[in-house]
Design a protein around this ligand. Structure first.
Ligand code: AMP
Length: 293
């Protein structure tokens, strides 16, 4: 078998081969214990402990491969699934790659209503979603908006005189601002998702991957807090750290109690302040390296 041949019995998992999602997806797979060794310049890699082969593909093609059943499972954006009208099962949201697909017009044009762009020229990498967005506005105004596809550097189109507005992804807004554009409307909110083919014959592996990835995502969202307190404040501090299910309480030999509980990372600083104010002491916070709920 050549290095580029896929074992027909393997579950195929598609990962964006480069771009801003690549690092996040590979970190997630590592954290979830999906181990593989990718040779330089090869777009496939066999997994170490699962009958699975990783395939590295352009993010914009992954939903097509999964939808058509060439690949069993993959990571891509909601925007790509919707643009390609791919019939895939959404297994879970991954909590990264969040951004908005926006209608953007030059600040100098002073356009603030998308209706004022109906009948004009739009340039985008998302022609299907853009058409869906403008169709009802066009119908209302009795005009046809011109939608032209470009594969990249969409933000340059207005400056080059090719478009009156663009439809492009906005994360921080830096690219948009640098091109002298501003948001006029939002077509779609998107983030990275795990997708699978509904007829995949590798349901058990898909389920296992889902649990592994969920465990990793939970471990990134939560920290473990532990502290000591006296019996009289146990109810009060327990209500500050109720945990996912309930706090773990251990009786200490001096009559006090040790409490440990999961707390959302976003809330941990406030929770520590509240615990200290309520009388808890020896408050320690631990990162989680993995979890399985
Ligand atoms: P920003 O300057 O952070 O708003 O990023 C905007 C540029 O990055 C646009 O050209 C987008 O095409 C691209 N981009 C932003 N977020 C994503 C994402 N989650 N997935 C793919 N491309 C993105």
């Amino acid at each position: 078998m050549s290095a580029n041949t896929v074992n027909p019995d393997h579950c195929l998992f598609a990962v964006p081969k480069k771009g801003r999602l690549y690092e996040k997806v590979t970190a997630m797979l590592k954290g979830a214990g999906v181990e593989y060794h990718r040779e330089p310049r090869l777009d496939i890699a066999i997994c170490k402990d699962l009958p699975m082969t990783m395939v590295f593909l352009p993010a914009s093609d992954i939903s097509k491969y999964v939808g058509e059943g060439n690949v069993d499972i993959g990571v891509t954006g909601i925007d790509i699934v919707e643009e390609n009208c791919s019939e895939v099962e959404r297994v879970m949201d991954l909590g990264f790659g969040a951004c908005r697909l926006c209608v953007q017009a030059p600040v100098a044009s002073q356009i603030t209503d998308v209706k004022d762009l109906a009948g004009k020229r739009i340039v985008t990498s998302f022609p299907t979603l853009t058409k869906k967005f403008f169709d009802p506005i066009d119908a209302e105004k009795g005009v046809t908006t011109s939608i032209r596809f470009v594969s990249g550097s969409v933000e340059a189109a207005c400056g080059l005189g090719l478009a009156d507005a663009v439809v492009d992804l906005v994360e921080t807004g830096t690219t948009m601002k640098a091109a002298g554009l501003e948001v006029v409307g939002t077509v779609l909110q998107t983030e990275s998702i795990l997708i699978t083919n509904p007829d995949s014959k590798h349901k058990k592996i898909v389920e296992l991957l889902k649990h592994r990835i969920e465990g990793y995502i939970t471990s990134k969202k939560f920290v473990m807090v532990s502290y000591n307190c006296s019996a009289d404040i146990l109810d009060a501090v327990s209500s500050i750290t109720p945990g996912k299910r309930s706090p773990t309480i251990t009786a200490l030999t001096d009559g006090g109690h040790a409490v440990s509980s999961l707390v959302s990372k976003k809330e941990i600083v406030r929770v520590m302040d509240d615990l200290h104010a309520a009388g808890a002491r020896d408050i320690l916070v631990f990162e989680l390296s993995n979890s399985r709920m």
